[in-house]
Design a protein. Structure first.
Length: 145
């Protein structure tokens, strides 16, 4: 009997599916709200019956959140579901609102939580003065560069 060689199909390319821009936006908004109210990923996870790792995946947009889960998260975080879509335009979900992106970038900074807590302890007039001062410094820095 002649020896027959087995033929194998060419291997399928390994592709890492990138997250959907809408899921990423919703995840950023979940993280923003959670951090704003000082809640940990673990506490949010416990409140909705998930591990903190699953919450991380939602926040990164790696896992898509179903409508019932989104409603649960909104309830725990004290917002309505539309909150998670604020700053996202209907026609171009990839083009995120610059203000929302700046807030998300700020929240990823290591000192953001401490700064926000300290800022909220200040009286309203002082907070406005601090905001004005920071805006002025930022404008001067931008003009100098």
């Amino acid at each position: 009997m002649p020896h027959r060689r087995a033929t194998l199909a060419p291997p399928k390319p390994v592709t890492k599916k990138s997250p959907n821009p809408v899921d990423v936006h919703v995840g950023h908004r979940v993280r923003l709200r959670r951090q704003t109210i000082g809640m940990s990923q673990e506490k949010l996870g416990n409140a909705i019956g998930l591990t903190f790792q699953q919450v991380q995946k939602y926040e990164k947009g790696m896992n898509r959140m179903g409508s019932s889960r989104l409603l649960q998260v909104a309830d725990v975080l004290g917002v309505t579901p539309p909150y998670f879509f604020e700053g996202m335009t209907e026609r171009a979900p990839r083009a995120r609102d610059t203000a929302a992106e700046n807030i998300a970038m700020f929240c990823r900074h290591t000192d953001a939580e401490r700064l926000a807590r300290a800022f909220m302890k200040l009286p309203l007039k002082v907070r406005r003065a601090v905001r004005w001062m920071v805006e002025e410094v930022a404008d001067h820095a931008k003009a100098a560069s």
